[in-house]
Design a protein. Sequence first.
Length: 310
Amino acid sequence: MKAVRIHSFGGPEVLQLEEVQIPKPQPDEVLVRVHAVGINPVDWKIREGHMGMGPLPQFIGSDFSGVVELTGSSVRDFRTDDAVFGTVADESGSYAEYALATVSQIARKPLSLDHVHAAALPIASLTAWQALVDHAHLQADQTVLIHGAAGGVGSFAVQFAAYKGAHIIGTASVQNHHYLRELGADEVIDYRSVHFEDVVSDVDVILDTQGGQTQERSWRVLKRGGILLSIVQPPDEQRAKDFGARAMFVRCDHRRGDQLARIADLVANGQVKVNVEKVMPLSQAREAQQMSQGGHLHGKVVLVTEVSGH
Ligand SMILES: NC(=O)c1ccc[n+]([C@@H]2O[C@H](COP(=O)([O-])OP(=O)(O)OC[C@H]3O[C@@H](n4cnc5c(N)ncnc54)[C@H](OP(=O)(O)O)[C@@H]3O)[C@@H](O)[C@H]2O)c1
């Protein structure tokens, strides 16, 4: 099969599309014929060695949508030819024609959702759901401030917050404001021309997708008893105490196929939209990661394999 691997850490040029053996599933894994691959910022962070320098060569990519080709000996819930989506097993990579996935990390793909849009869901939607629903327990009478609201995680966060009935304030570049309102944001702030702390106060929940100064300036807009959740930089516990607030770093738990199924239902019912900005062939993995690394996507970049028929 064709798969993208790296033999050293570095720029996009270290991504190599190679011919490799099709892997065999462990008892609790399925082998999936990959149709579409969702790109996440963590993919280029791994490529550059920011997430630790694991053994090389290394497969790349996590999010996929495809069709089960083979099941491991203990798999009962999925069968050959089932259309599934999710994240790959640790030793595998989704930038490939075939990938391995542990059953706890996948869900059935609804018929009404195509592979391209299903592949755009896993990490971004799970992270947003886990932050706002599992950890912040966001309620209808609360206000949430979402930084980077037009990004992969942010755009799902806005929609999940709207689903919960919360009041939503999102920050984004001005060209994304219309898009954010369509997703359900009540107020939008152009972070390039307005200091959000000048116009926002007393929010219950903050989702920080940026870290650095954005996180530091966020404390003073949080209500006492509010919560700041960061997905990029562990918040300072002492700062949280100083402001009478709670803080937490959220790392996406990939083993939540059950949550993926629930999110897929929301998409299938039309309550949540998946915005795909660009679809490219697997052979353009380098260009796709460069787009992600640019940091100003509104929506996801998805790669398709030849089997997908695109
Ligand atoms: N902890 C975890 O498990 C986890 C999971 C998923 C993602 N992450 C991390 O979370 C971050 C966001 O991921 P993503 O997939 O949403 O990225 P993305 O799709 O690339 O989106 C980035 C967004 O950031 C916005 N932005 C850039 N500078 C900003 C600023 N100063 N203030 C506010 N917004 C700004 C951009 O908005 P405009 O285009 O409007 O300028 C863009 O929409 C990445 O660093 C990723 O690695 C962590």
